[in-house]
Design a protein around this ligand. Structure first.
Ligand code: FES
Ligand code: FE2
Length: 337
C-alpha cells in the first residue's frame, strides 16, 4: 500500500512521484530484442517477446544475479545468459534446463505499456493513472509521433519541468515580447495543467500582429504528469503543436530525457503526409524551447527563496507535486507518511 507522502518531494534526489516513466524508445526494442535501462535508480531490462509485447523486469536474475540484459528472448520468454533459466513475461520462472520442473522463483516484473514510440514503466504495484497523453486528442487516438531528441542535463527533472511555466524567463531569456499568465488547473492527483490567460497586448505592433492568430489568449499550455513528464501545446488557433518532454532522474541527480513530437492520427495518404509536415514544424518549435536555457541548467542550485506573484504557477506545480504518492530512489519502495 502506498501512503501520500506528506514531506516535500520536489527536487529531491532520493524520492520521486510514483508514475509512468520512459524506459526505451520502441524502435530500440525490436521483436525479440533486449535493452537495459536505469529508471529512477533501479536497474531494469526491457524485452519484447516474439508476440510483440514489451515487458520490463528487474535486471538481476533471481538465481545468481546475472544481468538479464545479457539474456536472449526465446518465444515469449527471456532466458538468462548464465545458466539459461527462462522467465515468462509476468516474471514467472518457467524453465531450468537441468531440471524437469523448475523451482518456484520469479523475477520482479513491472507494469509496462507503449505510447508515442516509447516503452513506459509504472514504478509501483499496479497503474493508478493513465499513460501521459496529449490532452486535446481523443482518448482512442494513438497519435502520429516522432521521437525527436535524447538529452542529458545537469539539473533535476522537476526543475527542468517548471521552466515551461516560468513566465518571467520567457521575456528575460527567450526575449518573448508578450507576457504570459499561466493559470493552473488540477486535473487529478497526478496531473496538473497550466494555460496562458493573457491576451497579446494591443499596444505593441507585435501584440497586434499576434492578435490576428488568436481569438482569445495566446495558446500556450502545459499538462504535467508525475512532475517529470510534460506536454506543451502551442500554436495559432487553427493549428496546435504538441511536444512531450519525458524526463527521469540520473544517478548523478541530473536529467535524462526524450522529446516526443505528437500530432493527431489522420487517415489516408494525404492525412499521413500532412501529419509528417506538422511533425516537422513541431520539431522547429521544440528546438526553440530547447535553446537559451542550457547554461542555467548546467549551473543552477535550485533554491526558491523569494517567490513573487509572477512565480505563482511554479508554486502551484510544487504544491501539487509534493502531495503525490512518492517512492524511494532505487528501491521504488513507496514512501509512507
Ligand atoms: S544467474 Fe541467471 S540462470 Fe543463473
Ligand atoms: Fe526556457
Amino acid at each position: 500500500m502506498t501512503a501520500a507522502a506528506n514531506e516535500a518531494c520536489f527536487n529531491r534526489p532520493d524520492r520521486f512521484a510514483i508514475g509512468w516513466y520512459w524506459v526505451v524508445a520502441s524502435l530500440d526494442l525490436p521483436r525479440s530484442g533486449v535493452a537495459r535501462a536505469n529508471v529512477q535508480g533501479r536497474e531494469v531490462v526491457a524485452w519484447r517477446g516474439a508476440d510483440g509485447v514489451a515487458h520490463v523486469v528487474d535486471a538481476y536474475c533471481p538465481h545468481m544475479g546475472a544481468h538479464l540484459g545479457d539474456g536472449k528472448v526465446e518465444g515469449d520468454g527471456l532466458r538468462c545468459f548464465f545458466h539459461a533459466w527462462k522467465f515468462a513475461g509476468d516474471g514467472t520462472l518457467v524453465d531450468i534446463p537441468c531440471m524437469k520442473k523448475p523451482v518456484a522463483a520469479r523475477i520482479r516484473s513491472w507494469p509496462t505499456a507503449e505510447r508515442y514510440g516509447m516503452v513506459w514503466v509504472w514504478t509501483g504495484e499496479s497503474p493508478e493513472h493513465d499513460l501521459p497523453r496529449v490532452p486535446e486528442h481523443a482518448a482512442d487516438d494513438p497519435g502520429e509521433w516522432r521521437v525527436a531528441g535524447h538529452f542529458q542535463k545537469a539539473c533535476h527533472p522537476n526543475v527542468m519541468m517548471i521552466n515551461a511555466i516560468d513566465a518571467q524567463h520567457f521575456n528575460s531569456v527567450h526575449a518573448m515580447p508578450a507576457l504570459l499568465d499561466m493559470v493552473p488547473t488540477v486535473v487529478s492527483d497526478r496531473a496538473i495543467a497550466f494555460d496562458n490567460a493573457a491576451r497579446p497586448s494591443a499596444e505593441t505592433y507585435f501584440g497586434r500582429f499576434l492578435r490576428r492568430f488568436y481569438h482569445g489568449p495566446l495558446t500556450y499550455g502545459l499538462r504535467y504528469w508525475f512532475g517529470q513528464t510534460g506536454c506543451v501545446t502551442l500554436g495559432p488557433d487553427f493549428l496546435h503543436f504538441h511536444i512531450v518532454f519525458a524526463l527521469r532522474m540520473k544517478e548523478d541527480g541530473g536529467s535524462e530525457g526524450r522529446t516526443l513530437l505528437v500530432t493527431r492520427k489522420r487517415s489516408g495518404p494525404i492525412g499521413y503526409l500532412w501529419s509528417q509536415v506538422l511533425l516537422g514544424l513541431s520539431w522547429v518549435v521544440g528546438a526553440y524551447f530547447a535553446k537559451g536555457d542550457t547554461r542555467v541548467f548546467e549551473t543552477i542550485r535550485f533554491n526558491f527563496q523569494t517567490p513573487i506573484r509572477a512565480d505563482h504557477a511554479i508554486v502551484a506545480f510544487i504544491q501539487h507535486y509534493d502531495a503525490q504518492p512518492a517512492a524511494l530512489w532505487k528501491s521504488w519502495d513507496p514512501v509512507t507518511a
